[in-house]
Structures are given as structure tokens and as C-alpha cells.
Design a protein around this ligand. Structure first.
Ligand code: FEO
Length: 399
């Protein structure tokens, strides 16, 4: 068979996924300026054929059409489910309705998820355990548990002979692709990979580190994730993940704020000036117009977070509260937080945010709240606090 015009990533392994160029939102939260892709891979051995993951349901026919150019879909022997989320597994029922003899391969938790999500009957599934292999004939698939990256049932599949790691969402990026490989991608690749890491993987820091340690034992020549490009330079994304997961924090402060009549914003400006004057990067996000998924990217390696909110009714402004909950859930490595705000007749914003963050182990450096438009004395307090935060960061990041 000629493989010309097919997306063959190594001999006998084909990208048969779909690019969703026009999708602009994921999880009703994460913006997708470059769309996304649902990557599926066909592994053709001498004796057997396996499909690694599928695509989101609206792209099922596209998947089957791409497979059909390589082998008859009816000939698929195994459908490996690395992850049950519908963007990768939504087309499992359709593929299995065509490939009538194929078994759905997953670990125990995946088997459970396949029943819940896809009503999969027991007899269509094949349970594998950590380290189990399937020999396709010159192509051996080895299965590795990768729990909570980012669902409990997630696994990696490693193609032993070619050193290809099918890592599912891990190492992914939301990018629709017309060219497959990392060295063919635009400058935005690593920035988007970092945003993806921040949004999807950062909430699971222990599991990220375990997975990075686990795959160190593999002879990885290529990383083929479920979104975005294939890394034929795997070191590029491996090094980036090491840096994001456990590299040094940067001399950077992320300031999240919302302001109604300019009082909280005036305090923000005082913080920003004082921190910048110390040579520390200060990045303000006005929550009224900011994208949480972009903010999350800056949390990956920030050394401190400052949250500002006016009192709205008797507590924090709803946008500040939502951002506080988002920060709690994303589990940034820094736990240093300062809180500021303003109020007209009764405060409450800063204490509400403080309570929520303390519950998640954040260390509150200080809170600062002023009544009405800040006076010079209030601005000076903000400048002083900003300066102390910056100096603390310099001390901690230089040792
Ligand atoms: Fe891309 Fe968790 O699915």
C-alpha cells in the first residue's frame, strides 16, 4: 500500500484524527483562539491493527474515512481508550459498530467509565493492567496507568519498537493542525502548550510529577498527544513540563482585580508601580474583561498572587469570587497571596476571599481595605505592601 498523502508519523502508524478549526470554547470555559484537534492514531502491525483513541462524535465519519484509506475499519482488532472524555472517546460506539470484532482496551477504571459514558457491554471490552502488552506483530503496545491526568481512568500507551508515547491529554495543546509535527508549528505552540498545561494539568501537581518520573524509564522518540502537534523532538515538551511542574518560580506577581468606581483600581496601580519599581514583573488582570484560561497560564510560575475586590452587597464582587474559586481549583505552586479592596459603608470583600483561600492552604501575607476612594495614606500602604512582597520574592528566588 502506498502511504503517500497519509499522515504517517512513523512507519505503520498514522494520524487519523480531526482538526476542529472553528471551535472557540472548551469546557464552556477555556477559549480556543486556534481551535483544537482530536488526535487518533492507527497502528498497523503485521498481524493486528489497533486504533488509539477516537474523536469527538461530530467527527466520527471523518475518522472512519481516514482509517478507510489505510485499512478497512472492519479490520480493527483493538480500540485503545486512553481516556473516556467524549472529545476522544465520543466516537467509540460508532467505531465499534463498524469494527464488530474489535475489543475496547482500557484499565479497570476505564472499563467502568466506558460503561457509564458509552453503555459499553462487558463482552466488547478487554481489561489491561499496568505494564501489560498487546503484540500486533512487530508493534507492541504497552499500557501505563496515568491517573488524574486529568481524569482518574487516564492511561498512556507506549509503542515499544518505535518509541512513540501516546500520552492522551498530557503534553497536549489546543491547536487545530494542518501540519503534524512540533517543528512545523508556529511560534504560538509552546505558549498554547503552557496554557493547556495550566488549565488541564496544573490542578494535579502530584500526579504530573509521578507521570514525569515514570516515563523517564522509557526510550521515548516521539510524543503523540491527543490534542495539537506530535513532538518528534520530545525533549522540547518534556523539558517544558519539567519546568512548569517543578522548575523555579519566576520573579512575577499576578494581580487579579475588579473595580466598580475606580477605588480598587487605584490601589491596584499603587501595587503595580511598587512591585515594578523593585524589578519584579507585575501582571494585572482586570477580571471584568479577562480570560481565566490565560490568567491560569501566568499562575504556573508566578511567585505571588494579589487579589483585589470592592465590596459588592456584603461580600466580594462576584467576578472576584469566581476568580478566587478558579485559583483555588487550579492549585498554582505559589501559595503566597495578598488581598485588597475598597468599600462604601461596610466591608467584607477581603475577609470573604481570605477565608476561601485559607481553606485551600494559601498563606495570606496581608489584607488591605480602604473606605471610599483611597487617600494618600491608603495608597502608601499599598505601595509599602507591594514593595515588601517584591522584596520577599527577590530574596526567595535568589537563594
Ligand atoms: Fe482532551 Fe480530557 O480530554
Amino acid at each position: 500500500m502506498s502511504t503517500k498523502g497519509l499522515n504517517e508519523i512513523v512507519p505503520g502508524v498514522f494520524w487519523v484524527g480531526a482538526s476542529d478549526w472553528h471551535r472557540r470554547l472548551f469546557d464552556s470555559l477555556i477559549t480556543l483562539p486556534y481551535g483544537t484537534s482530536y488526535n487518533a492514531y492507527l497502528v498497523v502491525g503485521e498481524n493486528k491493527t489497533a486504533l488509539i483513541d477516537t474523536v469527538w462524535t461530530p467527527f466520527a465519519d471523518q475518522l472512519l474515512s481516514k482509517i478507510g484509506k489505510i485499512v478497512k475499519p472492519q479490520k480493527i482488532d483493538y480500540l485503545v481508550m486512553n481516556h473516556a472524555e467524549p472529545d476522544h472517546s465520543g466516537s467509540i460506539p460508532k467505531v465499534l459498530s463498524v469494527a464488530k470484532n474489535a475489543k475496547l482496551v482500557a484499565m479497570k477504571r476505564g472499563i467502568g467509565m466506558a460503561k457509564v459514558y458509552y453503555d459499553m457491554p462487558e463482552e466488547r471490552m478487554l481489561e489491561v493492567k499496568e505494564g501489560d502488552t498487546i503484540d500486533l506483530g512487530g508493534k507492541t503496545l504497552r499500557f501505563l496507568a496515568a491517573p488524574w491526568l486529568h481524569w482518574p481512568e487516564t492511561i498512556f500507551t507506549f509503542l515499544v519498537e518505535d518509541g512513540v508515547l501516546f500520552s492522551c491529554d498530557f503534553f497536549g495543546a489546543h491547536l487545530a493542525i494542518s501540519r503534524l509535527f512540533d517543528d512545523e508549528a508556529g511560534d504560538h505552540l509552546m505558549s498554547e502548550a503552557k496554557r493547556y498545561y495550566a488549565d488541564i494539568m496544573m490542578p494535579f501537581p502530584i500526579f504530573v510529577q509521578r507521570a514525569l518520573d515514570k516515563i523517564k524509564g522509557l526510550d521515548i522518540k516521539m510524543i503523540a498527544p491527543s490534542h495539537g502537534v506530535v513532538y518528534r523532538n520530545p525533549k522540547r515538551i518534556l523539558d517544558a513540563y519539567e519546568m512548569w511542574a517543578r522548575g523555579p518560580l519566576k520573579q512575577k506577581v499576578v494581580i487579579l482585580f475588579v473595580s466598580m468606581w475606580g477605588s480598587t483600581e487605584a490601589l491596584l496601580k499603587a501595587f503595580e508601580e511598587a512591585i515594578s519599581a523593585e524589578g519584579i514583573e507585575a501582571i494585572p488582570y482586570n477580571l471584568a474583561v479577562s480570560d481565566l484560561s490565560h490568567l491560569s497560564r501566568d499562575l504556573v510560575d508566578a511567585s505571588a498572587i494579589i487579589i483585589g475586590s470592592p465590596t459588592y452587597l456584603s461580600g466580594a464582587h462576584p467576578l472576584a469570587l469566581a476568580a478566587t474559586e478558579f485559583v483555588r481549583g487550579q492549585k498554582p505552586r505559589t501559595k503566597l497571596v495578598a488581598i485588597f479592596g475598597s468599600y462604601g459603608w461596610g466591608g467584607g470583600a477581603t475577609s470573604q476571599i481570605e477565608d476561601r483561600l485559607k481553606q485551600s492552604g494559601f498563606k495570606i501575607i496581608e489584607t488591605l481595605e480602604c473606605r471610599g476612594p483611597p487617600k494618600e495614606v491608603d495608597l502608601e500602604k499599598a505601595r509599602n505592601l507591594g514593595k515588601r512582597i517584591a522584596q520577599k520574592i527577590k530574596l526567595e528566588t535568589s537563594t
